[in-house]
Ligand binder design. Structure first.
Ligand code: GTQ
Length: 356
């Protein structure tokens, strides 16, 4: 990879040092044998003036991918697959199981009666429910029944299993920080003995304790949210209230952050998610930021212009805007857009930037 990049850069005239003369080439060859390389041939790519992502703008229409994931349901069981998921592969990063450089996303299907067995891993996960109603995820002993639009988190190393006791297939978006954790070579995982965890807390327990503006005495402070499920039914009225009051950001609309109630920060330390409502006819101003962002349309329809390219989206469509690409949303109808990125990780490293 590195070698290919440096020669491509030298050819494209990106080299700081000018032409690779025969003397220099011979020298590079000699030092290469000792695993050494000249920085000046790669400096511009290594220390770019601004982000140069290999990630592409991309979009998946739900009407296309829904049938494909349902077809997977006829080919393999959730138990055999462990997780029956179609991975959203960024078209410019095929084969690398990622939608952006740092995030993995996929569409998970659980058929009625199925169980995706209990396991845990160092990667954190979030789910955004797209289709069906009544399947559950059990996280750390709390079983939560999921409805469309619900945002469910599986913190790192938390045991989790999924099941579907409803009569319909259930489809949700998974987003995990797998590429980030794997980048650090810090990944562990294990299967648990029990296929399904026994419940140690009631459904809704974490939201009931932490979702009402109070903090229980003695609650252990965590660097991620203790809330397992942020129900859409509770969030939409907040957006309606903001939108109704005209609290509409010119770029993003009326927007909330899924917060960690301990510190007001993001729900997980590596992934930050937001939910925005935009009125009918909204014409958002251009915006860009260093966090490549995954968007999901929960309601309405509209378009997003990304660097001159126009994406048209409707219910349950998923699209991705790469780092530092300018974008602007426009709506045909009143719309709700979910978004998620690695912004918290970048913020904690002090490297996140935005431009309005
Ligand atoms: O539900 O635990 O899409 O472990 C990928 C890896 C989902 C999960 C994915 C996983 C899961």
């Amino acid at each position: 990879m590195e070698a290919a990049n440096s020669s491509a850069m030298a050819k494209s005239g990106d080299s700081v040092a000018g032409a690779v003369t025969p003397e220099r080439a011979a020298y590079y060859e000699k030092i290469g044998k000792k695993n050494l390389a000249p920085l000046w041939e790669v400096l511009k790519g290594l220390v770019p003036a601004e982000p140069r992502t290999p990630c592409a703008t991309a979009m998946w229409r739900f009407e296309d991918v829904k049938n494909m994931v349902l077809e997977a349901g006829t080919l393999i069981t959730a138990k055999e697959a462990e997780r029956r998921v179609l991975v959203f592969e960024n078209p410019a990063l095929r084969g690398r199981s990622r939608i952006t450089q740092s995030l993995y996303a996929g569409l998970q299907l659980i058929m009625p009666g199925e169980v995706a067995p209990a396991h845990r891993h160092t990667a954190s996960a979030i789910r955004l429910v797209l289709d069906g109603e009544g399947a559950y995820t059990a996280v750390d002993g709390e079983k939560t029944v999921m409805r469309r639009g619900d945002f469910v988190i599986t913190p790192n190393w938390a045991p989790h299993d999924h099941g579907n006791t409803s009569k319909e297939p259930m489809i949700w978006l998974d987003v995990l920080d797998l590429p980030t954790v794997n980048f650090f070579d810090a990944a562990f995982s294990e299967h648990l003995d029990q296929e399904k965890q026994s419940n140690t807390r009631e459904d809704g327990d974490s939201y009931a304790r932490f979702g009402s503006g109070v903090l229980p005495d003695g609650a252990k402070v965590l660097n991620r949210s203790p809330i397992i499920n942020y129900p859409y039914a509770r969030l939409k009225p907040v957006l309606e209230r903001m939108e109704g009051a005209g609290e509409i950001d010119p770029h993003h609309g009326a927007r909330v952050r899924y917060a960690n109630p301990f510190n007001g920060g993001w729900a997980t330390p590596t992934m930050g998610a937001q939910l925005a409502m935009m009125p009918k006819g909204f014409k958002g101003k251009d915006y860009r930021s260093t966090d490549g962002t995954i968007f999901v349309c929960l309601e309405g329809e509209g378009t997003t212009k990304v660097d001159g390219e126009t994406l048209e989206w409707g219910r349950n469509d998923v699209f991705v805007v790469p780092s530092w690409k300018r974008y602007a949303h426009m709506t045909k109808n009143k719309s709700v857009l979910f978004s998620i990125s690695d912004r918290p990780a970048q913020e904690s490293l002090g490297i996140w930037r935005e431009q309005n």
